[in-house]
Ligand binder design. Structure first.
Ligand code: AMP
Length: 195
């Protein structure tokens, strides 16, 4: 089964995805973590990637897709995976669909984590004091929220049309959010592809 998590920064995608990974026994593919891993080396590619991430812009679609498609060849993805923060643009969604149609696979479910902006900003500023991520500062947070509204939000309609979208209230307690996710997964489990 292949499940996509969509949500603005601070919506709890990473946290919820980790829990679902444990429940389903399939890996979490976080493109943010993959890109931060690339950035951790002292290379020209790292500096190029940092020039996007540090200011809250999206990394280029084809670079992200290349990293994801390499990751999908690993054997632990054979039974499925959870996409945490990917796709984030219409182009990425189409590249993923093309990748799956070549490999005979499909997206089974898209979970839309909804949280109002005021709560997101509070959560991200709080996270900044704990994790110290280079992109958790006021300016980058505003830009990431703007990028979400303009580039990622339209994807909801794309998946809605394919009847894959389930909206989750991401504003309740972590446990309650996970309950909603579990219900969505269980009620779709009959439709999941076996490949
Ligand atoms: P995240 O860890 O999901 O909050 O992502 C952190 C940052 O990584 C984002 O603000 C983007 O700059 C970049 N990023 C993560 N996923 C993607 C993606 N699918 N496409 C482009 N950039 C991404």
């Amino acid at each position: 089964m292949r499940i996509i998590f969509i949500g603005p920064p601070g919506a709890g995608k990473g946290t919820q995805c980790k829990r679902l990974t444990l429940m389903l026994g399939i890996p979490q593919l976080s493109t943010g973590e993959m890109l931060r891993e690339v950035m951790s080396h002292d290379t020209a590619l790292a500096r190029w990637v940092a020039s996007y991430l540090d200011v809250g812009k999206l990394a280029p679609d084809h670079l992200v897709m290349r990293i994801v498609s390499q990751r999908l060849t690993h054997t632990d993805c054979a039974a499925g995976c959870l996409f945490d923060g990917f796709p984030r643009t219409h182009v990425q969604a189409q590249l993923l669909d093309e990748h799956f149609s070549r490999t005979g696979r499909q997206v089974d479910l898209v979970l839309n984590l909804q949280v109002v902006e005021k709560v997101l900003i509070d959560r991200l500023l709080q996270r900044a004091t704990i994790e110290g991520r280079s992109d958790d500062n006021q300016q980058s947070i505003q830009e990431r929220l703007r990028v979400f509204r303009t580039q990622t939000f339209p994807l909801l309609e794309y998946y809605e049309r394919q009847q894959l979208l389930v909206t989750i209230d991401g504003q309740c307690a972590t446990e309650e959010v996970f309950e909603q996710i579990k219900q969505a997964v269980l009620s779709h489990s009959g439709k999941f592809s076996r490949k």
